[in-house]
Design a protein around this ligand. Structure first.
Ligand code: PGA
Length: 249
């Protein structure tokens, strides 16, 4: 039995004050929610505030990205250890916005995964196809390449510490959620890839989140799919009430 994870991705939203306000409203809503792990990926500038606000609760804090070097002359970058230092336990890696807008490649994703694992940060690795790729029947091929290149050189032991998020790019921020059937089908395919590369029990234990326009009114249907183990929620995680109802699906 895989423990579900509901993760929020705040993207480039929220000041320190807004972060504190969010947690004041959100914490009471999920205080007795023990059926899943709860994670919030906040901007770098409010990680300290988020960790402090979440103290003593069942909510873990994630970064949205990291650099792979331990330290050095890398202006503007944040190292894995810096994230651990402020109390992060997870980090997103390879979000489609990083891939599309900031030139993130599967090779970079691979280095970031290894760097995160080296300091015991849990990577939530995002993969997913674009609309043109789905329409050209390339979904499985794209997912396979992202998977094989992203996870190249990992041992089965290292792979067992990773969380995957399937986020079809056409569903992100568009209000156009994948149907539970589409999500379920791709998740099953991903689990097969995990089995082929890393075997059991890794593939069976791998938690695969769905992301892309997850809302309070579609979370139940998605979670009912056998291979959907949670959600990565963008827009609907910014509001305490809506994210609270998604957590309490
Ligand atoms: P969305 O974003 O829920 O706003 O579609 C999901 C994501 O980008 O992780």
């Amino acid at each position: 039995v895989r423990r579900p994870i509901i993760a929020g991705n705040w993207k480039m939203y929220k000041t320190a004050r807004e972060t504190v306000e969010f947690f004041e409203q959100f914490k009471p809503l999920v205080k007795i929610s023990h059926h899943c792990d709860i994670v919030i990926a906040a901007p770098f500038t409010v990680l300290v505030d988020a960790v402090k606000a979440a103290e003593g609760s069942n909510i873990a804090i994630a970064a949205q990205d990291l650099f792979w070097e331990a330290e050095g002359a890398y202006t503007g970058e944040i190292s894995p250890l810096m994230l651990v230092d402020v109390g992060c336990r997870y980090t997103l890696v390879g979000h489609s916005e990083r891939r599309q807008l900031f030139g993130e490649t599967n090779q970079n994703v691979n280095k970031k995964i290894k760097a995160a694992l080296s300091v015991n940060l849990t990577p939530i690795v995002c993969i997913g196809e674009m609309l043109e790729e789905r329409e050209a029947n390339q979904t499985q091929k794209v997912i396979q390449t992202q998977f094989l290149e992203g996870f190249a050189g990992l041992t089965a032991q290292a792979f067992s510490r990773i969380i995957l998020a399937y986020e079809p790019v056409w569903a992100i921020g568009t209000g156009r959620t994948a149907t539970p059937e589409i999500a379920g089908e791709v998740h099953e395919y991903i689990r097969g890839l995990a089995d082929a590369s890393f075997g059991q029990p890794g593939a069976r234990n791998l938690r695969i989140l769905y992301g892309g326009s997850v809302k309070p009114d579609n979370i139940k249907g998605l979670m009912a799919q056998a291979h959907v183990d949670g959600a990565l929620v963008g827009g609907a995680s910014l509001n305490a009430d809506s994210f609270g109802s998604i957590v309490n699906f």
